[in-house]
Design a protein around this ligand. Structure first.
Ligand SMILES: *Cc1c(COP(=O)(O)O)cnc(C)c1O
Length: 386
C-alpha cells in the first residue's frame, strides 16, 4: 500500500524544488545519508547517544487515572517529554549532527521559529563541540527572548533575520542562503519532516525510534498492537516517528492531530513551499498563509510530504482540535496524571480523550506525548490572567 520512496517522492508530494546550486548540495547530503544510515558504526554511535545523552528508552506509561475516568479504551503515553531538553526534537538533532561530523562539516546552521528546534540544535552542537549559528526571524526573537538567551547560553550565535516579516519563513530563507554560500564547511540541520529531499526521509529515519520502542513496549504490556496511534502534527516529525513502525500494520489506525488554527492537511491544497510539494495553507496571493496556533511548534502553514501522501491515500487520518480544547487537555492531564504536557502535545491528548469515549474497553490508544509543558506554563499563566 505504501509506495517506495524514489527521489524523495511520496506520490505527488515531496521532491526537491530548489535552485541548481542548492540541488547539488542536497544530492551530496542524500548520498551521505544513504551511505551512513545503515552503517553499523553510525547506528551504534546514534544509539549510544540516544541512551546515554537523551535518556532513551523512554517509558510507555499507562495513563491509569485518565483511562479510569473516561471508562473506556486504555490510554498509553509515549514519553518523549522525558527526553533531555524535554521533547522529541533532540532525537533528530543528534542523528543529523552525527551525519554532519561524518561529512566533515565544521559548522552547523539551523532555522527556528519559536526557538525549540534552535535549542535542540544548540544543545547537540554544544555536546559535539561544533560551532552553531541559528537563524531566527527578528519578530520571533522579540517574542521568544528567553529562548534566544537559552541558545546563547548553549554557545550558539543567534542571527535575527529582519527580511520579510521577520518570521520562520524568513529564517528558512536566510539559512538556505548561508548554506548555498558555505556548503563546503556547513551542515544545515533541519528540524521537522519537511523541506526538500532528503530531509523528510532523514528526519523520519531518526524519529522512527519512537515507534520502534512503542511497538515493543505495547506488545510486552498488552500482547497486541494498539487500536490507534495519535500524535500532534506541526511539520510532522513526531507524528511520522510515532507512526513509522505501524504504517505496514493496516489494522492500526494512525491519527494526526492539527490545530484548527493551522490545519494544513485538513484545509490545505497541494503547492510547493520551502522547496518541496505538500498540502499547505495559502493566502490570497498564493503565498504560505500566516497561522495562529497557541502552540508555537504547530504554527507552520505546510506539512511533511509523507503526511500529505498518507492523507491522500487514506492510510492515516487527520483531524483538528481547537486551541481551547487543547488548553483544557493541558489542564486535564496535569491534574489527573501529574504530567504537564506541551501545548503541542495537548492537541493530541484532547483528541485522544474524544476518541477513547467512542471506543471500547478492549481498545488501546497510544498517544505520543511529544514534549513537556514547562516551557508553556508562563504562556498559559498570562492567558489565564486575561
Ligand atoms: C516542535 C514540536 C512539535 C511539532 O513539530 P513536529 O515536527 O510536527 O513534531 C510538537 N511537539 C513539540 C513538543 C514540539 O517541540
Amino acid at each position: 500500500m505504501v509506495e517506495k520512496v524514489e527521489n524523495g517522492l511520496f506520490g505527488e508530494f515531496g521532491g526537491s524544488y530548489v535552485p541548481e546550486d542548492l540541488q547539488t548540495v542536497l544530492e551530496g547530503l542524500a548520498e551521505a545519508f544513504e551511505t551512513y544510515k545503515d552503517d553499523p558504526e553510525f547506528q551504534e554511535e546514534f544509539r549510544y547517544y540516544l541512551k546515554e545523552y537523551v535518556g532513551r528508552d523512554n517509558p510507555l506509561t499507562f495513563a491509569q487515572n485518565l483511562t479510569q475516568k473516561i471508562g473506556s479504551a486504555k490510554i498509553y503515553l509515549k514519553r518523549e517529554d522525558l527526553n533531555h531538553t524535554g521533547a522529541h526534537k533532540i532525537n533528530n538533532a543528534i542523528g543529523q549532527i552525527l551525519l554532519a561530523k561524518r561529512m566533515g562539516a565544521t559548522r552547523v546552521i539551523a532555522e527556528t521559529g519559536a526557538g525549540q528546534h534552535g535549542v535542540a540544535t544548540a544543545t547537540a552542537c554544544a555536546m559535539f563541540n561544533i560551532p552553531c549559528t541559528i537563524y531566527m526571524g527578528k519578530h520571533d526573537t522579540e517574542r521568544q527572548a528567553l529562548n534566544v538567551f537559552r541558545m546563547e547560553l548553549l554557545g550558539a550565535t543567534v542571527v535575527p533575520v529582519e527580511a520579510g516579516q521577520g518570521r520562520l519563513k524568513d529564517a528558512v530563507d536566510a539559512a538556505l542562503g548561508d548554506l548555498i554560500e558555505n556548503y563546503q564547511t556547513t551542515f544545515y540541520l533541519l528540524g521537522s519532516a519537511v523541506g526538500p529531499h532528503p530531509y523528510p526521509t532523514m528526519v523520519k529515519h531518526f524519529q522512527s525510534i519512537i515507534s520502534e520502542e512503542s511497538k515493543l513496549q505495547i506488545l510486552e504490556k498488552e500482547g497486541k498492537l494498539p487500536t490507534a496511534v495519535v500524535a500532534c502534527v506541526g511539520g510532522g516529525s513526531n507524528a511520522i516517528g510515532a507512526f513509522a513502525n505501524y504504517i505496514e500494520e493496516e489494522n492500526v489506525r494512525l491519527i494526526g492531530v492539527e490545530p484548527k488554527e493551522a490545519a494544513s492537511i485538513t484545509e490545505g491544497v497541494p503547492a510547493i513551499i520551502h522547496g518541496f510539494k505538500c498540502l499547505t495553507l495559502l493566502d490570497e496571493y498564493g503565498e504560505p498563509a500566516p497561522t495562529h496556533s497557541i502552540a508555537a511548534g504547530l504554527d507552520y502553514p505546510g506539512i511533511g510530504p509523507e503526511h500529505s501522501f498518507l492523507k491522500t491515500n487514506g492510510r492515516a487520518e487527520y483531524v483538528t482540535i481547537t486551541g481551547d480544547d487543547a488548553l483544557e487537555a493541558f489542564k486535564e492531564l496535569s491534574q489527573v496524571e501529574g504530567i504537564i504536557p506541551a501545548l503541542e502535545s495537548s492537541h493530541a491528548i484532547a483528541y485522544t480523550i474524544k476518541l477513547a469515549k467512542k471506543l471500547t474497553k478492549d481498545d488501546v490508544i497510544i498517544v505520543n506525548l511529544s514534549g513537556r509543558g514547562d516551557k508553556d506554563v508562563d504562556q498559559v499563566f498570562q492567558m489565564e490572567k486575561l
